[in-house]
Design a protein. Structure first.
Length: 352
């Protein structure tokens, strides 16, 4: 049984209530205990960069311009593919991952010495997409997806590195992250394996959370952003929360009841409005909602930690007064408490 078929079987078992959570990582070659595999993978990440650094340091780059790094990087990327795609053990697979990533990095250095940063971003986006398609390794796909998203972000802000561009990228990342996780929930796992969706969704999640945490700090230094533009983009980011809630709740309206469904939607609208100036809070709550139907415990933990960090960051934010922050926290806490009590009472009535 191959990966997609195993994932489809696990999905059917989970829908039947036999199992819960994400499907386990199926690796037919993983006969060694996990500590041995862990040591092998860590050893590859230590040994291979040292070896490649020694080899690259021994090459005379004087007068070679950018063609030598590009050629060496292409050789490294191509030579690492057999181990990356068909390594017999964890050391070989991780060594192929490191070698391939080092090759892409050397290619980027060679292009940067000859062309502009836009050309580097374009080439890296294309190579990352190709390697993502060719790679069967989750970690390598995650890093390639991160490189692809980072390259696309640079293409959006390279021409005009301003606060408006950064705010627009932040809003796009929030919506792209929600779309990736919703795609994971609703698509057929046989046609679209989660081994391809999950690395990309996680890469978007990490980058979107980083942008939410540091976006206000970056845009705070921009003097060319219009207040109206900032307000529109902030509302667009916050609107993702009720949209995600609607996609998850409305199909279950017959089970929840119309009153509960409407109440949940109104609550998410209130929360989105309260946290429109704190995008990390809205994004964290949205990820929390998405993690529950998937049974994704890691995403649930990341969402809770991100929510705590975002609330702490909002408390020390200088844009709002302490009174405004206190009112927002009090209203949001009251809404969440009311939802908890209502849903808990409903669950008791259904149980009896």
């Amino acid at each position: 049984m191959n990966g997609p078929e195993a994932e489809a079987l696990w999905l059917r078992l989970r829908e039947a209530g036999v199992v819960s959570g994400d499907a386990p990582m199926l690796d037919p070659d993983a006969t060694a205990p996990w500590p041995i595999r862990l040591l092998g993978g860590v050893g590859a990440w230590i040994a291979v960069p040292l070896l490649l650094g020694f080899v690259l340091a021994s090459i005379d780059w004087n007068g070679a311009h950018g063609m030598a790094p590009i050629l060496v990087g292409a050789i490294l990327a191509a030579a690492s593919l057999p181990w990356l795609r068909g390594g017999r053990d964890e050391f070989q697979r991780q060594a192929g991952t490191v070698g391939n990533l080092c090759g892409l990095l050397v290619i980027a250095v060679g292009i940067a010495s000859e062309g502009s940063s836009t050309m580097v971003a374009l080439v890296m986006a294309g190579l990352a997409a190709v390697m993502f398609k060719l790679s069967p390794q989750w970690l390598h796909r995650f890093l390639c997806a991160g490189g692809l998203v980072t390259s696309l972000i640079w293409l959006l802000v390279a021409e005009r590195f301003a606060a408006e561009s950064l705010a627009l990228v932040q809003a796009l990342l929030v919506w792209a992250t929600a779309a990736a996780w919703l795609l994971r929930i609703h698509v057929d796992p046989v046609r679209y394996p989660r081994s391809a969706i999950d690395p990309f969704a996680w890469a978007l999640t990490i980058i979107a959370l980083a942008a939410a945490w540091f976006g206000n700090w970056l845009t705070g230094y921009g003097h060319d952003i219009h207040l109206r533009t900032l307000q529109v983009l902030s509302v667009a980011e916050a609107a993702m929360l009720p949209v995600v809630a609607g996609i998850l709740v409305v199909p279950r309206r017959e089970v929840l009841g119309m009153a509960t469904t409407v109440g949940l939607m109104l609550a998410t609208v209130v929360l989105a409005w309260l946290w429109r100036w704190a995008p990390g809070v809205s994004l964290s709550i949205s990820l929390l909602l998405l993690a529950v139907p998937m049974g994704a415990s890691v995403l649930l933990l990341v969402s809770v930690l991100s929510l705590a960090i975002s609330l702490l960051q909002y408390y020390f934010q200088m844009a709002d007064t302490l009174l405004a922050k206190s009112l927002a926290l009090a209203i949001a806490g009251g809404v969440v408490l009311a939802l908890h009590l209502i849903l808990r009472a409903r669950a008791r009535r259904v149980a009896t």
